[in-house]
Design a protein around this ligand. Structure first.
Ligand code: FAD
Length: 464
């Protein structure tokens, strides 16, 4: 008989994991709090669209879904940085279009993954919220949308129920997991730039010939402003989802001091004068959308022997500034599905091994995501950062076996996050030494720099 697994949460990670497990012969039941989005419409989640990068794409390839997803995605070649004086410039992510990221709709992706999992034989139970788990009796209690509860046997249960995981709370109550939640102290709010047809003609024309869009569609737009920023990701139908990241509390500007749309509009007129006219429904967007919170979750333990395990955001929620939370969760599914397929009856060993492999990597991407906030909101407009970036690009060109930008390792390779973090740090130290405070990469003796690089750092691993 097929080994049975109960999954809590049919979001991005839960749906993909369910599909992969069913494809490997497991009997999978998924209990999802929300109604079926394919019938009721997609109701929220954390952000409207997300950046899909190589790690997530590779998981989708293994699931046979990458082409379907890419057909519904918008390619982003780099960061389009908008300075306060209204200028903008593209900082490409990679050398060519083989190194790009993709903007995908969370709702569309989730629905595609649900379809794929159902086609693989997964049983979904929507409108069913995990309320309690009794790990000693190996039973769970679910509550439906009418508040009616029922109990079920669940000998092996996996929590993909997101950052506020109910399964994690139940595991923690049974035996503490060593949970630490570190709030960033900054929140976010989403606003919308509609397709160009909805804007007055004098505002359109910055889309590089893509008439449907009000801005260049093939870029992740950033308006860095030091302690805060806006970003915008394109959607297939021509709109952009704008996200304002700002301190939650404290002196102006913070979400506290902005209050409602009137003060927020004055703030945008001052700080984002080129962006504000592209958001015609500013007041409704601002007052109608909640302020989201951002935190990093650390746990000492992700599993309760072989009875329960946490994956995705339920185990390691991170801040979104590297665009890697979902990508990391998708990588989790590949590792876990293959470990479980090898030893379906040894869930205690498999869960321990899963944590051993994944935790150093989720810790590393958590740290890099925090660092990237500073980089995005501040450094992308900083001359020393730009000089380091330029020198890094020269070293990558002249010594490709020895230098690769950390962003590139994280976004376009499958090198473990922990490796990218360590290597990135070592490369950064070297760049600082080579530049000696200068903001002119061209002034550095490139031959000597390549020699120093080769003498200091071992070659990069073979990427094939
Ligand atoms: P979730 O997506 O949170 O899904 C959890 C599911 O569990 C939901 O369907 C929920 O309804 C269900 N659930 C919750 N509680 C229960 C319960 N008690 N019983 C049953 N079901 C339950 N990542 C990227 O890779 N790229 C990006 O560009 C990116 N941008 C982001 C922008 C923002 C503003 C934020 C906040 C996050 C972003 N992320 C991004 C991170 C990404 O959203 C998460 O890492 C990803 O959604 C995690 O997927 P998950 O399935 O683990 O959790």
């Amino acid at each position: 008989m097929a080994k049975h697994i109960t999954l809590i949460g049919g979001g991005l990670v839960g749906a993909l994991l369910a599909q992969q497990l069913a494809g490997r012969g497991f009997a999978v039941d998924v209990f999802e709090k929300r109604p079926d989005p394919r019938i009721a419409g997609f109701t929220g989640g954390r952000s409207i669209n997300l950046a899909l990068a190589e790690r997530g794409l590779q998981a989708l390839r293994e699931a046979g879904l990458a082409d379907d997803v890419l057909q519904r995605a918008v390619m982003m070649r780099g960061r389009m940085v908008h300075t306060r004086d209204g200028r903008s410039g593209l900082q490409r992510y990679g050398v060519d279009d083989s190194e790009v990221i993709w903007s995908v709709s969370r709702g569309a992706l989730n629905m595609l993954l649900l379809d794929a999992a159902e086609a693989a034989g997964v049983n979904f139970h929507f409108g069913q919220s995990l309320a309690h788990a009794d790990f000693d009796q190996r039973r769970i209690r679910l509550v439906d949308e009418q508040g009616v509860s029922r109990e079920l046997d669940a000998p092996v249960v996996i929590g993909a129920d997101g950052a506020g995981s109910a399964l994690r709370a139940a595991m923690n109550a049974h035996s503490p997991l060593g949970e630490r939640v570190e709030s960033l102290g900054h929140g976010y709010k989403e606003l919308e730039i509609p397709p160009a047809g909805g804007l007055s003609a004098d505002l359109v024309g910055r889309s590089g010939g893509h008439d449907q869009f009000a801005l260049e569609p093939h870029a992740l737009h950033i308006w860095p402003r030091g302690g805060y920023m806006c970003i915008a990701l394109p959607n297939t139908e021509g709109s952009f989802t704008v996200t304002l990241f700002l301190p939650a509390h404290g002196p102006h500007p913070s979400f506290d001091t902005l209050g409602g749309a009137n003060t927020a509009r004055a703030f945008f007129e001052e700080d984002f004068p080129d962006l504000l006219p592209l958001i015609p429904d500013f007041a409704n967007d601002y007052d109608g959308h909640p302020v989201g919170t951002l935190s990093t979750l650390y746990l000492d333990r992700w599993h309760l022997d072989g009875r329960a395990l946490l994956v995705g955001d339920a185990a390691h929620a991170i801040v979104p500034f590297h665009g890697q939370g979902m990508n990391c969760g998708f990588e989790d599914t590949v590792v876990l599905a293959s470990l479980l397929a090898e030893a379906p009856d040894d869930t205690a060993d498999v869960f321990a091994e899963f944590q051993r492999i994944r935790q150093p990597n989720s810790d590393a991407i958590a740290a890099m995501a925090l660092e990237n906030y500073v980089e995005m909101r501040d450094s992308v407009a900083d001359p020393h950062y730009l000089a380091k970036r330029a020198l890094g690009a020269l070293l990558a060109e002249h010594a490709p076996g020895h230098f690769m930008a950390r962003y590139r390792m994280v976004t376009f390779t499958h090198l473990p996050y922990a490796y990218a973090y360590e290597r990135g740090r070592a490369q950064d130290v070297l760049l600082d030494q080579l530049l000696r405070g200068s903001t002119d990469a061209a002034a550095v003796d490139l031959g000597a720099a390549v020699d120093a690089l080769r003498a200091t750092l071992p070659p990069l691993p073979d990427l094939r």
